[in-house]
Structures are given as C-alpha cells and as structure tokens.
Design a protein around this ligand. Structure first.
Ligand code: ZN
Length: 386
C-alpha cells in the first residue's frame, strides 16, 4: 500500500471511528485552557459583519423541554446539552441582532416544540421555511458513549454535496470559524459531514425538510470531561457563539447569489414555443459598488441550466449578467420549472435554484413589458502601466 493510500485509509478510519464514537485508546494530554480570542477587543465584531444587516437567520438550539430526563444527553457531571445549546444560541442571537440581522429562534426557553419528536423537528425547520430565512443553524454538542477523550468539531449538511451547495457554503464557513476560535485538541481532516453518514436513508429530519440553506453544528463534545467543564463557563459559550457569528458574517461577506426572470416578466410562455427566457443573475456582490464591482463576478463555467434534469443550452453575457435560454419549438401546457445553478467569485452558490414559468395556450392581451435591465457594465479600460 503506498503512502498516499495509507494516509487516506488512516483518515477514513479515524473519521469512521470518530463518528461511531471511538477515537483510539491513546492517553491524550489534558487539553489546554481556552486561548484568548485573536481580536483587539473581547468578542469584537469583524468589520465584514455589517453584511449581515437585513439577513434572516433561524437559530435552532437543539433538544430542550421534555428531553430533561435523567441521563439524557448529559455530560459526565450532569451538564445538559440542551442547556448549553440554548446559552450559545442566545449569545449568537445578541451578536447577530447587534449587526442588524433578523433572528428567528425555534425556542427561547427550555421547551420542546411538540410531544412527538418528528413533529418537534418539523416545527423547527418549518420556522425557517415559513419565514424564507437565508440560513438555518441547528446548534448541538456531541457525545461519545465509548470514548471520553473524543472532542472535535463537525458541521453537518443534508444528503450529497450537490443537494444544496449553498448549505455546504454555510457549513464550510462555520466549520472554519469554529476550528479557529475553539481550538479544540482534536480536529477531523474534514469536519464537513453528510447526515447520510448517520442515517443512510434519510439523514437528519431537521435538515431533510429544509427549503433554505441549513446546517447542524456539533461544535464540541460535552461527553469529554474537560470540555464539559469549559461548556459550563459563560465566557466559553460566548466564544463559541462568536465563532458561529464570524462564520455567518463571512458567509454574508462572500455574497449570496440570486436570480430572477426578466423576460417574460409575467412568466407566461406560449404553447407554440420558439421563445426564450432571459434571467438576470445577481452575484450578491456587485450591488455594493465597491472597487472592482465592474469586473465579472460570476464564474461563467459554473452555470448550469436544466429542465426535468436535462441540461439546456444557454448564452451568458458577462457584462450584463443576463442568461438567455432558448426554448424548444413546442412546449407542454402547464407549469414549467427551470433549474439554474451558478457560483460567484467567492464560489458561493445560489440558494434558490428553481424558477417557475407557465405555458399557456394563448397569451393574454396587455401583458407587462420587460423592465429596464441593469445597465451594462462599462467595457474594461485600456491597459495602463502602473
Ligand atoms: Zn444534540
């Protein structure tokens, strides 16, 4: 077995063992006390946190309420996971609200949302879906029944990476921020985890029903005695919240790509087909008009247009961000969905990938006229020496 395969196999075994709750029997040295945050002030907001303004973020402190029973999700000396989850969520809510984000909390107290566990999970994600939130973050802490030394961060997304690339964008930012700020004694080679690793058929119920970018954080292990002691410390809870805050701020800073149909403006297409659909892609950055805004900010090779799972041809104008999709000569009556995916300069994906159009026998009279489109970006200036 060559060394590359050995390294890969070793990592896989470590990950698999870790997920199953065991990380080896080696005696770990006691973890160091939490290091101070590398910022000028305690829990200072990064300058880019201003991009959180106006974002809708749903926080879900896991468990609570009827889960308050003996031995259920408790650390070695009895600290309840649900209690820590709630403390971290409240600190995070304060950071986010101070930055102008609108925060929805699935619970603000030690309660369960419904007697039935499935219904409880459904109600949690339903809050994010109903309010069309930009992000859903479920806050948890991990446990191992077999290895008290286990203590690392993992951030979970639903299904395969292709299922919701925008969820992966959020997961990546949160995982990096938690790794930076918590400085746990152990790190997974890849802290981004599909929930299908745990439940191969359907994943986590709270993520499965998400219609918005959704992740579940297992920030650290409350079953680790040293970590349990740290999790009792409100300053440490605040640090974890600050890490999640910084991760969400980085996600906002990198821009959230969006799109809209500009022609036909009413979304109606004639059955006879032979038309085209024009979609304006928004990279989520250009509207800030900061230096360089007039350069292309979309990765044109990342654009994919599909109908019923089949790729469609298109043209993309980098200067106007207009995507033109020619349609077949004959269309089926009724609703017609288009799937469009693309990435911006930061390689962040558009969270909403579907567009609904309607094919009708005859177009109504007096239809709206397509609105004036975004003025083209000026052509690049001629090259000058510095
Ligand atoms: Zn949990």
């Amino acid at each position: 077995m060559n060394s590359r395969i050995c390294r890969f196999t070793g990592m896989f075994l470590f990950c698999a063992a870790a997920v199953l709750g065991g990380c080896g029997d080696e005696e770990e040295p006691p973890p160091p006390p939490p290091a101070p945050l590398p910022t000028t002030g305690p829990f200072a907001a990064p300058t880019y946190a201003n991009y959180l303004k106006g974002m809708k973020i749903c926080l879900d402190p896991g468990h609570g309420g009827r889960a308050n029973r003996k031995g259920y999700k408790r650390g070695p000396t009895g600290l309840r996971e649900a209690e820590v989850n709630l403390k971290v969520a409240h600190c995070l809510r304060e950071f986010l609200e101070a930055s102008g984000a609108k925060v929805y909390m699935t619970r603000r107290k030690d309660v369960y949302l419904a007697e039935d566990e499935r219904e409880d999970q459904r109600l949690r994600i339903e809050m994010a879906n109903r309010n069309d939130c930009d992000v859903f973050v479920s806050i948890h802490h991990n446990a191992s029944g077999t290895n008290p030394n286990a203590n690392f961060t993992s951030v979970w997304y639903h299904d395969d990476p292709d299922h919701s690339p925008a969820s992966l964008d959020v997961a990546q930012q949160l995982a990096v921020a938690l790794t930076d700020e918590l400085r746990l004694p152990q790190q997974l080679g890849c802290p981004l985890m599909s929930d299908k690793l745990m439940f191969a058929k359907s994943g986590f119920s709270v993520l499965r029903q998400a219609k918005v970018p959704a992740v579940l954080c297992e920030s650290s292990f409350h079953s680790n005695p040293d970590e349990e002691a740290r999790l009792r410390n409100p300053e440490y809870n605040r640090r974890e919240a600050h890490a999640l805050f910084a991760g969400l701020a980085r996600y906002a800073y990198a821009g959230i790509p969006r799109m809209q149909v500009v022609d036909p403006p009413d979304g109606l297409l004639p059955e006879s087909g032979g038309k085209q659909v024009v979609i304006e892609l928004n990279d989520g950055i250009r509207d800030r008009k900061s230096w360089g805004w007039d350069r292309p900010l979309i990765l044109s090779d990342s654009i994919v247009v599909r109908q019923d799972g089949k790729d469609l041809p298109f043209t993309f104008d980098k200067r106007t961000n207009l995507l033109t999709v020619p349609l077949p000569k004959k269309l089926k009556l009724g609703s017609m969905g288009l799937e469009v995916r693309f990435m911006n300069l930061f390689k962040q994906s558009n969270p909403k990938t579907s567009l609904e159009l309607k094919v009708v026998k005859k177009l109504p009279p007096n239809r709206p006229v397509a609105r004036a489109l975004t003025p083209p970006v000026p052509a690049p200036a001629t090259e000058e020496s510095e």
